[in-house]
Design a protein around this ligand. Structure first.
Ligand code: UDX
Length: 450
């Protein structure tokens, strides 16, 4: 089946790249000519492990191409994945204008039957609107549309792995035949019949993933429900951390034991300076607004949002308690991305930390293995250093905002000797508290007794 992918952002590139790498013929289209030029020149505009190699191999083998020609891409594709952005509006709702635009072009350009698949994260009932738009604007009698919802559950940093070895594939359809076509598209993944670009022929054993067929509305709800639940779990762990700090206890010990209960599970219980990134905060907000408009009280999620917002303030309050006055102090910052193994700084806790520290008159030296240029574009007055050691040198305090593995294995003795005052505020509980104290650091972390 010929596949078209509309939108060469994060989701589009991972979707297009992975579908090509399991054997499909894929054309990816984007309105940004600079992005297309870059992709045609063999460069990938985002950092995501394995993505560059799968796209390069698929291009060489003629299975993936990039273009700016939307009408042609639509005419050629039998299955069209919509992967355009749905950024938050001022009021927290998702901006669906890009999807609306694409729907109108699909409607007017399509000449034959098309499977129109919404991959972008959208609020429930978007599929209904999409179907109506395709019908209203569709002029050609031979064009027949089937709308499908197929949410992605990709985590930045492991997106390729998540796509080709998913926990489950969720597909929302109106007609059975659309489900059959989706099964065809995902057959190599469902049957684990592809040359795995990650495990080189020795994928970890395990049952093949299941394709869950639901209604379109349920499928759209599943995506928001998952991300909001993950956000709830993190905020829960963060409130536990507050309790541990106040009343005695170690949040790492508490959440580890909690996670061993299979009803709870070990993931997303890591306390820290809160969740960021372009998905969790925005999806949580959109879900709250959606519930509000439907007349459903989802205060539970509002609280998760509030707890998350408070993280930075609490972290900086600890720093203030230790440093007394921030104005004129030199602060080192390790980690700029919203989590490790990505170059994404959108809604990263580090960005808010920088904003507040600069506003209070501290001088900042920051280092990140991947995101220096992106951060420089947002905060040009920060001194970006060549490595973590330089960020720490001469500092009154060193903050850890991202759990990069490279920070764990620093020569911490060297770091200590270079600092003006050996004060470390670990916002991700990355380091061993006992070891840091033994090394002579004044060490503070989250929800632990130090
Ligand atoms: C998320 C979802 O996990 C994914 O399924 C969806 O498709 C897109 O949104 P992503 O944005 O890549 O993926 O990040 P994720 O790994 O979920 O982490 C989000 C934030 O939560 C990060 O800032 C991370 O540091 C934080 N986090 C995560 C915690 O603070 N504690 C945890 O236990 C887990």
């Amino acid at each position: 089946m010929r596949i078209s992918v509309i939108g060469c952002g994060y989701v589009g590139l991972v979707t297009g790249g992975c579908l090509a790498s399991v054997g499909h013929q894929v054309t990816c289209v984007d309105v940004d000519p600079a992005k297309i030029r870059m992709l045609e020149a063999g460069k990938i505009p985002i950092y995501e492990p394995h993505l560059e190699e799968i796209i390069t191999t698929s291009r060489r083998e003629g299975r993936i191409s990039f273009t700016g020609d939307l009408p042609r891409t639509i005419r050629e594709g039998e299955a069209i994945f919509i992967c355009v952005g749905t950024p938050p509006l001022e009021n927290g709702e998702a901006d669906l204008s890009a999807i609306d635009n694409v729907a109108r072009v699909i409607a007017t350009e399509a000449r034959g039957p098309k499977l129109v698949i919404e991959k972008s994260t959208v609020p429930v009932q978007t599929g209904q609107q999409l179907k109506r738009a395709l019908e209203v604007y569709g002029k050609k009698a031979e064009a027949k549309f089937q709308v499908v919802s197929n949410p992605e559950f990709l985590r930045e940093g492991t997106a390729v792995l998540d796509f080709i070895h998913p926990d489950r594939i969720v597909v929302g359809v109106e007609e059975e035949s659309a489900g059959k076509q989706m099964r065809e598209i995902y057959r190599p993944i469902l049957e684990k019949k592809f040359v795995c670009p990650i495990h080189a022929g020795s994928c970890p054993p395990g049952a093949p993933p299941e394709m869950i067929i639901t209604t379109i509305n349920s499928s759209e709800l599943i995506k928001h429900a998952c991300n909001s639940f993950l956000a709830l779990k993190i905020s829960y762990a963060n409130v536990l951390a507050d309790l541990c700090e106040r009343l005695g206890g170690d949040v790492e010990e508490v959440t580890r034991a909690m996670g061993m209960d299979p009803r709870i599970g070990p993931y997303f219980l890591k306390a820290g300076i809160g969740f960021g990134g372009f998905c969790l905060p925005k999806d949580l907000q959109a879900f709250v607004r959606l519930a509000e408009r439907a007349g459903i009280d989802f205060t539970l999620l509002r609280e998760a949002e509030r707890v998350n917002r408070e993280r930075i303030e609490q972290f900086l309050a600890k720093l203030r308690r230790a440093l007394w006055v921030l104005k004129g102090k030199q602060v080192g910052l390790l980690g700029l991305t919203f989590k490790a193994n990505t170059d994404d700084i959108r809604f990263a806790p580090s960005m808010e930390i920088i904003r507040r520290l600069l506003a209070e008159g501290a001088s900042l030296r920051a280092y990140d293995p991947q995101a220096m240029e992106k951060a420089r574009a947002v905060y040009p007055t920060v001194n970006y250093t060549v490595d973590a050691y330089e960020a720490a040198a001469g500092a009154d305090a060193l903050l850890i905002a991202t759990e990069w593995e490279e920070f764990r294995s620093l020569n911490w003795q060297r770091v200590r000797d270079s600092m003006l005052r050996p004060l470390v505020m670990d916002g991700r509980n990355l380091l061993d508290a006992a070891k840091m104290t033994a090394l002579g650091f004044e060490y503070h972390s989250i929800g632990r007794q130090n």
